[in-house]
Design a protein around this ligand. Structure first.
Ligand code: NAP
Length: 320
């Protein structure tokens, strides 16, 4: 099979197409024919060798994908050959024509959800769910700022939060991204590249402040986020690419909190809950993954450049 392999950590060009043996499913495992693989920012951190998790080399990147079950190993019962599935991590990596997975890493993909959309489920929706439910403990009627609402996690959070009854304020850096956030349900949208936009956000709340901020770029925005918070406000750090100075007094005067998490650390119980919520949302139409760009597998280096560039628009997926 064809697979992207990383033989040394480095720039996007280290993502090379290799011809390698197609794996065979052992007991408890299934082989998935990958139809689309989701590209997430952390794939790029891992490839560069700067991520806390460093896979043994060579490795095939990717945790998110959708496709069909090709073959099943002994003792498996969750799916049969031909079933449509999406992945939440795999054993061998998803940037490939086939991936081996424990059956516990596979979930049913409804017929109405395309493979490309299915490749944008686990990390984006799992992260949005964890942030809103497990860390922000967001409640209907609260005001939510999604600071970075045009990308994978942001669009997932917009859809989820609207369905939960929150008032959703989103930001994006392009007119196209702002339009997308609005289309997916954000009641107010601002351009995070324009000076003065945070004052406009405060105006929307009537000066009361934001209850919950989901932050995609904390090293740029955390200090400002604290000044936007209402009493008992919470900032949930989802994305961060550096350091920042904050004034802790902004937290004290508001009885506010900052929390961070990684989806990697989700427990089995949390994962079960996340997949149940995804299944329900896909079924009732509140969750609709947005695919902004489809690229052939060999263009993985370009996909890694694009996912780190400004101008996000839903998900970038690779088609093996
Ligand atoms: P993505 O699809 O590339 O989207 C990035 C988002 O960040 C876009 O909405 C982008 O907006 C926005 N952004 C860019 N500059 C910004 C600024 N100055 N202020 C606010 N937002 C800004 O990435 P993603 O998959 O949504 O992930 C978002 C971040 O969360 C990444 O850093 C990723 O590594 C992280 N993440 C963390 C976890 C976790 O477990 N904690 C899980 C998933 C993702 P424009 O492009 O429109 O400017």
């Amino acid at each position: 099979m064809k697979a992207i392999e990383v033989h040394k950590f480095g720039a996007p060009e280290v993502l090379e197409v290799h011809e390698i043996p197609t794996p065979k499913p052992g007991p408890g495992q299934m082989l998935v024919r990958i139809r689309a693989a989701g590209v997430n920012p952390y794939d790029t951190y891992m490839r560069s060798g700067t991520y806390p998790i460093k896979p043994a080399l060579p490795y095939t990147p990717g945790s998110d994908a959708a496709g069909t079950v090709e073959a099943v190993g002994q003792g498996t019962k969750k799916f049969k050959a031909g079933d449509r599935v999406y992945t939440a991590k795999t054993l061998t990596g998803t940037y490939a024509e086939y991936a081996l997975a424990d059956e516990s890493q596979l979930y049913a993909l409804p017929d109405k959800i395309s493979f490309a959309q299915g490749a944008g489920l686990w990390v984006p929706y799992g992260t949005a769910y964890t942030a809103l439910h497990h860390h922000a403990m967001a409640r209907a009627g609260e005001t939510l700022l999604i600071h970075g609402a045009s990308g994978g996690v942001g669009t997932a959070a917009v859809q989820m939060a609207r369905a939960m009854g929150l008032t959703v304020i989103g930001t994006a850096g392009t007119a196209r991204g702002m339009e997308l956030a609005k289309q997916e349900g954000a009641q107010y949208v601002f351009d995070h590249t324009k000076t003065g936009y945070t004052e406009e956000i405060l105006k929307v709340t009537g000066g009361r402040g934001i209850d919950v901020v989901l932050e995609m770029l904390a090293n740029v925005n955390l200090a400002t986020d604290l000044r936007l918070l209402a009493t008992y406000g919470r900032v949930i750090v989802i994305g961060n690419r550096g350091e920042i100075t904050i004034n802790p007094r902004e937290l004290m005067s508001r009885r506010a909190a900052v929390r961070g998490f990684t989806l990697w650390a989700a427990t089995e119980a949390e994962s079960t809950e996340i997949h149940a919520a995804i299944a329900a949302g896909l079924d009732n139409g509140t969750l609709r993954p947005i695919v902004g760009k489809e690229l052939p597998l060999k263009d993985a280096p370009r996909a890694h450049q694009d996912v780190m560039a400004p101008g996000a628009f839903g998900k970038i997926v690779l088609l093996p």
